[in-house]
Design a protein around this ligand. Structure first.
Ligand code: SF4
Length: 488
């Protein structure tokens, strides 16, 4: 902590967003970066707390060394900051862009003032690292001769693959889509993470020796037993992408789609890939997004960029409080009303709305939603309709963004892995499933969660697989130490 009074005299500065009228005309990152002197000031706001809640369990899931790199940035020691940053997080270039930053919600300074701009500092460190050429491949010095298959190339799979490779194992990643990246590639719009950012990191992983086999769905194109026969261990990291449906009358009408199908298509368009299905486009349409979370917000931003005439986002939950709810005191992730960049770009938000049915036009396409207003049920459980509150919202395109219910894939049945009560793949504390040598990481184990949790899961599963291979399968050397290797 170089500046003892920085937190008293300096105010938080957020990264500027490009002007709305300009940014909705393209798909580029909506944020601009802060100049170095401002970033140093932001680093100086860190109090180097005796108990840094930002990096504890309620803050950062990968336990980033936040006060350490804040101080490095304040002192202009960018390379040291990068080393500290990479020591706990394989992909700060992803989290610096799309993590909602639970670390900032847990920052001690946030009790009396705006928290430290942790995420912005993180992004500046890694972007500088790439710009300076400090991020380099780290192939292992020794090979163990063991082979590990990773199924899924989202953030959990990529983190597991990179860690395992650096430990000296031979790693093959199987991806059902034609490109690597999972949700990073197909789920998240370019205005939040441009895909060259993903490609740049994947190139590093390839240069370290990880092999990617794309367009291969294990369980369909390759039997799961072939995987067990060919590899010493398997890490399942296929996500939890079964979308929650809305089984009300009229659900079968044309023009009603899952949000992820819509978002994936736009990413495919920008990638120059084949669409596979009928195009889903918002251009010239009245769009209704059902679901008030991040995926709904991504649909909103995408609809505006495609030229929707109007967008309404509805949510069954009541309007959250403007400030942190009493039920989520510091340092917990606050339940409160959030206005995202997408809401800044337009559209209308409605709360406490329940969809009753979808209404058709004469061609069998959706023309409106019939909805009612609701209030919390007795004891706060469920919802009850407000009598006489029925109304219609006109819609040419409806996007269902109500979250995900769990993992899917023929591989799970073929392997015979047990599931938990929420249908996620069941594992012990070491990420091991009931099938010998088969491990699981990320959303497939936890249910849909944050990217930073996916990275933590991938790292933890990799460490557990390494222990299994070394202790159980007779590989020499120590499992420790990979997490300490930092540059790049
Ligand atoms: Fe710095 Fe906030 Fe972490 Fe304290 S909690 S060390 S002020 S970033």
């Amino acid at each position: 902590m170089g500046d003892l009074t920085g937190f008293m005299k300096l105010k938080r500065v957020d990264a500027p967003r490009r002007p709305v009228p300009l940014r909705v005309l393209d798909w580029r990152d909506l944020y601009e970066s802060l100049p170095e002197n401002v970033l140093r000031d932001q680093g100086a706001r860190c109090m180097d707390c005796g108990v840094p809640f930002c990096q504890g369990d309620t803050g950062c899931p990968v336990q980033n060394l936040i006060p350490e790199w804040n101080d490095h940035v304040y002192r202009g020691r960018w390379q040291e900051a990068l080393t500290a940053l990479h020591s706990t997080n394989n992909f700060p270039d992803f989290t610096g862009r799309i993590c909602p930053a639970p670390c900032e919600a847990a920052c001690v300074l946030g009790i009396i003032d705006q928290p430290v701009s942790i995420k912005q500092i993180e992004l500046a460190i890694i972007d500088r690292g790439f710009a300076e050429g400090w991020v380099k491949p780290q192939p292992p010095e020794e090979e163990t001769g063991r082979r590990v298959a990773v199924v899924g190339s989202g953030p959990a799979g990529l983190a597991a693959a990179q860690q395992l490779r650096r430990m000296g194992h031979s790693v093959v990643v199987f991806e059902k889509d034609e490109r690597v990246g999972g949700l990073l590639r197909y789920g998240i719009p370019d205005f939040k993470i441009e895909k060259w950012v993903v490609d740049r990191r994947i190139q590093q992983i390839v240069d370290e020796g990880v092999v990617f086999r794309t367009g291969v769905e294990v369980g369909v194109d390759l039997p799961a037993e072939a995987l067990l026969a060919d590899f010493d261990a398997v890490c399942l990291a296929g996500g939890a992408q079964t979308p929650r449906d809305l089984p009300v009358p009229g659900r079968e009408l044309q023009g009603i789609h899952f949000a992820m199908d819509y978002l994936a298509q736009q990413n495919r368009r920008l990638n120059g890939d084949e669409l596979r299905d009928e195009p889903i486009l918002a251009e010239g349409k009245r769009v209704v997004v059902i679901g008030g979370g991040d995926t709904g917000s991504d649909c909103l931003g995408t609809s505006h960029r495609q030229g929707a005439t109007e967008v309404v986002q509805i949510e069954i939950m009541p309007t959250p409080p403007l400030q942190r709810a009493e039920s989520t005191p510091w340092p917990y992730w606050p339940m409160k009303l959030r206005t995202s960049h997408a809401h800044e770009e337009g559209g209308q938000r409605e709360w406490s709305i329940m969809t009753k049915r979808f209404l058709a036009d004469e061609d069998g396409r959706v023309r409106a939603i019939e909805a009612v207003r609701v209030e919390p049920g007795p004891d706060g459980r469920g919802f009850v309709e407000i009598p006489g509150s029925a109304f219609e919202i006109e819609a040419d395109l409806v996007l269902l963004a109500m979250g995900f219910t769990g993992p899917y894939g023929a591989i799970l049945d073929q392997l015979g892995v047990e599931r938990d009560q929420r249908s996620n793949v069941k594992a012990n504390r070491d990420h091991a499933t009931n099938v010998e040598g088969v491990y699981v990481a990320g959303d497939m184990r936890m249910g849909a969660s944050l990217i930073v949790w996916a990275i933590r899961e991938g790292r933890d599963a990799a460490a557990a697989i390494d222990r299994y291979l070394r202790e159980g399968a007779g590989v020499g050397g120590s499992a420790a130490g990979v997490g300490e290797r930092a540059v790049g």
